[in-house]
Design a protein around this ligand. Structure first.
Ligand code: DOR
Ligand code: ZN
Length: 356
C-alpha cells in the first residue's frame, strides 16, 4: 500500500509547554491532529479553571494561520484541589480531564499528589460528575525498581482505587507493561489507556545502544521486549480501550544531554508516521485509523473528526534538530529515515484523498 487515507487523528496526551516553546512546537501537532489533550504540568502547574482558560487562549493564539486545531484542556491535581474547582471544570466545557501526577514521579510533578488518600474527596467528585481522571501510573517509592513502578502502581494504588470508586472514568496514561495491558482489559468499562510511539517501537535496549541515549529517555521508562510486544499487541488489536497519545514532551538539547537529563521524548513532528510504522510492522495498518481517530474521541464522549488525512509510504529524513529560541530540540529518530510521511501541499498543509 503506497497511500493510506484516515480520519484526521487526535493526540490524547501531549505536552505543549508555554511561551516560545509553545510557539515552536504547536504547529507540528496542529497541522496533523484535530485536537489534543494538553498536559497541565507547567511551572507553576495549571490547577484552576481560570489558569486553564488563560493557557487555552495562549495555545489558540499560537496556532498557525487558518488552523482549526482544538486544545482540550486539563487540570493538575494537587493535595489541595477543591471539589468545587472540579465542578467548575466540568461546567467550563473546555476542560476534559484532570491529571494525577504522583508527587516526584516525573517532570514538573513536585506539586503533585503525595498520597491517594489525600484526594479521595476530589476523586469522588470526579466520579460523580463524570470528568475523566488521567493517571501517571507509577509509584515513587525509591526502593521500588524503576522498571517495576507501573506494575506496583496497579497493585497498590489504581486497582484498589477502582474497586473503591468503580464509577470513576480513568485514562491510564502512556502504558508500558504487560501488566497494564492486562489490567485495562480486566475492567469492563470506564478504563482506557493511551500508548506512545516509543513504547510501541522500542524496548529498553534503545537506551543503551552503543552508549547512553538521552533522547530515548522518558517516564515511564522503556521496558523489556516482552512488555513492548504486549503493548504493541494491545494497540493493534482493535480494542477500543487503547488509543493514541504521543506524550511528545519537548526539552531543549541542553536539558536532555546533561549529567541529570530530563525525561521526555519529542516526537510531535513524526508521531503519526511512527505509529504507521508500528502498525505496519504488526501487520495491522488497517487498524491505525480507529486507534488514532475513533477510540479516544469515543471514550471522551466527543464527536469523531470529519476531516481526512493521507499518509504516503515514501522515505523521508527526520531533521537532526529543530531550532527554538529556548534551544534546539532533538526529535526521536533525529537524522534517520522513516518509511511513512504525512502528505502535505506546498503550504505544508496536509491533503487527503485526491492529490492537490
Ligand atoms: O517523559 C516524560 N516527560 N514523562 C512525563 O510524565 C512528563 C513528561 C514531561 O513533561 O517532560
Ligand atoms: Zn506526559
Amino acid at each position: 500500500m503506497r497511500e493510506l487515507t484516515l480520519t484526521r487523528p487526535d493526540d490524547w496526551h501531549l505536552h505543549l509547554r508555554d511561551g516560545a516553546m509553545l510557539t515552536a512546537v504547536l504547529p507540528a501537532t496542529a497541522t496533523v491532529f484535530g485536537r489534543a489533550i494538553v498536559m497541565p504540568n507547567l511551572r507553576p502547574p495549571i490547577t484552576t479553571v481560570a489558569q486553564a482558560a488563560a493557557y487555552r487562549e495562549r495555545i489558540l493564539a499560537a496556532r498557525p494561520p487558518r488552523s482549526d486545531f482544538v486544545p482540550l484542556m486539563t487540570l493538575y491535581l494537587t493535595d489541595a484541589t477543591a471539589p468545587e474547582e472540579l465542578r467548575l471544570a466540568r461546567q467550563s466545557g473546555f476542560i476534559h480531564g484532570v491529571k494525577l501526577y504522583p508527587a516526584g514521579a516525573t517532570t514538573h510533578s513536585e506539586a503533585g499528589v503525595t498520597h491517594i488518600d489525600r484526594i479521595l474527596p476530589a476523586l469522588e467528585t470526579l466520579a460523580e460528575i463524570g470528568l475523566p481522571l488521567l493517571v501517571h501510573g507509577e509509584v515513587t517509592d525509591p526502593s521500588v525498581d524503576v522498571f517495576d513502578r507501573e506494575a506496583r502502581y496497579i497493585d497498590t494504588v489504581l486497582g484498589p482505587l477502582l474497586e473503591r470508586l468503580p464509577g470513576l472514568k480513568v485514562v491510564f496514561e502512556h502504558i508500558t507493561t504487560a501488566q497494564a495491558v492486562d489490567f485495562v482489559r480486566s475492567r469492563a468499562q470506564g478504563l482506557a489507556a493511551t500508548i506512545t510511539p516509543q513504547h510501541l517501537l522500542y524496548n529498553r535496549n534503545a537506551l543503551f545502544q552503543g552508549g547512553l541515549r538521552p533522547h530515548y529517555y522518558c517516564l515511564p521508562v522503556l521496558k523489556a521486549e516482552r512488555h513492548r510486544s504486549a503493548v504493541l499487541e494491545a494497540a493493534t488489536s482493535g480494542d477500543p480501550r487503547f488509543f493514541l497519545g504521543t506524550d511528545s514532551a519537548p526539552h531543549s538539547r541542553m536539558a536532555k544531554e546533561s549529567a541529570c537529563g530530563c525525561a521526555g521524548i519529542y516526537s510531535a513532528p513524526l508521531a503519526l508516521p511512527l505509529y504507521a510504522e508500528a502498525f505496519e510492522q504488526a501487520g495491522h495498518l488497517g487498524r491505525l485509523e480507529a486507534f488514532a481517530a475513533f477510540h479516544g474521541a469515543d471514550f471522551y464522549g466527543l464527536p469523531r473528526n470529519q476531516a481526512k488525512i493521507t499518509l504516503i509510504r515514501e522515505n523521508w529524513r527526520v531533521p537532526a534538530s529543530y531550532p527554538t529560541p529556548d534551544g534546539e530540540l532533538i526529535p526521536l529518530r533525529a537524522g534517520e529515515v522513516l518509511p511513512w510521511q504525512v502528505a502535505t501541499d506546498a503550504q505544508n498543509r496536509p491533503w487527503a484523498g485526491d492529490h492537490p
